[in-house]
Design a protein around this ligand. Sequence first.
Ligand SMILES: [Fe+2]
Ligand SMILES: [Fe+2]
Length: 294
Amino acid sequence: MSVDENRTTVRQVRNEFEGALNASLDHAPVGRPTDRLGDPVPEALPPEQFVQELTDEIMGSAAANIGPFYERLIAEEIPIEGLRDWVKQWYIDARTFPSVIAQICANATYHYDARQFMGANLAEELGEFNPAREHPVTVRQLGNALGVSDEELEFAEPYPETLLYVEYRQHLVRDFHWVEALASGSFAIELTIPNRFRQIARALSHQLNLDDKALEVFRIHAGDERLELDYGGDDKHAAEAGALLAKYSVTAEMQQRVRLAVWRSVQARRVYQWGLYREIVLKRHPQWEAVNAR
Ligand SMILES: [Fe+2]
Ligand SMILES: [Fe+2]
């Protein structure tokens, strides 16, 4: 077989055009899309301080906690039809959440303590293996009390944001290191739940006079000693996740990766919350049609 000596290899072409690459546009290998290669990574913080700063950032974020949609829900401004739409979207989110926890557990290949904690967390999400007590099923109880059937909940159409949120969240926990997964899939989410749930439960019970069974989903997550399967609520899950983050996020790089994981998780929640706000609040506004008419 003869070799064409005049052939130009791809490597020669690459070398010829090397000058077209612009090193001043290079990105940090671990960073946001806005971080440049030369940007310094923050020095490692003492673990407790690191987790405290992460906690403050998450708790101070409307996107992670109570954005415009939940504000209106808590102010009892959402009519029953809107609440029915909301619970269907929430059910899509809640139904997929045990798989998030299971994935973090699955990723912790070498870490006994992480598997034990996340395994117990998973068992709690699964109602300690009583299908009637699974956490998504407690959302169905609320849906039923709002006049939505199991059938309507189970086969509800997700808003595009809901679909992207739940599937992106699964990507965050499946395709990243388990410590990043823990930060994005557990810590950033569970930390905000008890406070928001208490406020929503108070509003719904005042607006619609719901009973304890309808409100069980809020009670189990906020912590309620009267419940048989009370585990301490998501303050407990968040505290366990925080302790694991403090233990394993001890280098500057891992702390940075954890910050980025939290950032991605919160951005995804922002999208989900805006989907709820558009579909349930804005689309019911009398000016929605006029604003969007061309
Ligand atoms: Fe749960
Ligand atoms: Fe939880």
